[in-house]
Design a protein around this ligand. Structure first.
Ligand code: PGA
Length: 222
């Protein structure tokens, strides 16, 4: 079993193809921590620039269609991704829930499609979404899903107010009571100063990183 901590870069709508290529060439020169497995989630147009993945890092996307191939204008389905080695899909990020009205029900449909195509969903939830999101997921999907606990107030662009560690750990215990024995990532202003505090917790399997992932050197040092 792979027990390495998962360090996921969520670039959001940042970086052009050229900036992605520059980031990748800097990242390739960094010495990566052997205890970590990295995941890079660029915007879709830059997906080809983070190929092929290597042993210590994999590729993810930041959203996925709730349908597979077909007449769904503007959506990107797993079928469209088969020429890329996409291993993970971030789903239901709080920005999508807030700005695009994405619901836990829609996120669950996307997770079904992802799992059916061999892509591991990384579903983002804040405390008030634990139950409604878990209720929407089938047991089979839950078993293959990673949950990212992201308190909205801790996300850098929504204020960046971190909770005390004990509070975060209590919420993660509560999360596992609801979702079962899932892998849990923590996200919200994770950076060079605080990443090891989270990563040394047994109950935290990795981190989901926004702002601090935009710099390849900083990301590789988390
Ligand atoms: P942040 O973003 O690290 O910039 O707070 C995390 C996220 O939104 O996933």
């Amino acid at each position: 079993m792979n027990t390495r901590k998962l360090i996921v870069a969520n670039w959001k709508s940042n970086k052009t193809v050229r900036e992605t290529q520059e980031w990748m060439s800097t990242f390739a020169q960094q010495e990566l921590r052997p205890s970590h497995q990295y995941v890079i989630c660029p915007p879709y147009p830059a997906l080809f620039a983070v190929q092929p993945p290597e042993k210590q890092w994999s590729v993810g996307v930041q959203d996925l269609s709730p349908y597979n191939a077909g007449a769904y204008t503007g959506e990107v389905a797993p079928y469209n991704l088969q020429d890329f080695a996409v291993k993970y899909a971030i789903l239901g990020h709080s920005e999508r829930r807030k700005y695009l009205g994405e619901t836990s029900q829609l996120v669950a449909k996307k997770a079904d499609v992802a799992v059916a195509s061999g892509i591991t969903p990384i579903i983002c939830v804040d405390v008030n979404q634990f139950e409604e999101q878990a209720d929407q997921l089938s047991e089979a999907v839950k078993k293959q899903t990673i949950i990212a606990y992201e308190p909205v107030h801790a996300i850098s662009t929504f204020g960046g107010h971190e909770d005390p560690l004990e509070v975060t750990l209590q919420h993660i215990t509560h999360l596992r009571d609801i979702f079962g024995d899932v892998k849990v990532l923590y996200g919200g202003s994770v950076n060079l100063q605080n990443s090891l505090t989270y990563l040394e917790q047994d109950s935290i399997d990795g981190v989901l990183v926004g702002s601090a992932s935009l710099d390849a050197i900083e990301f590789a040092r988390l």
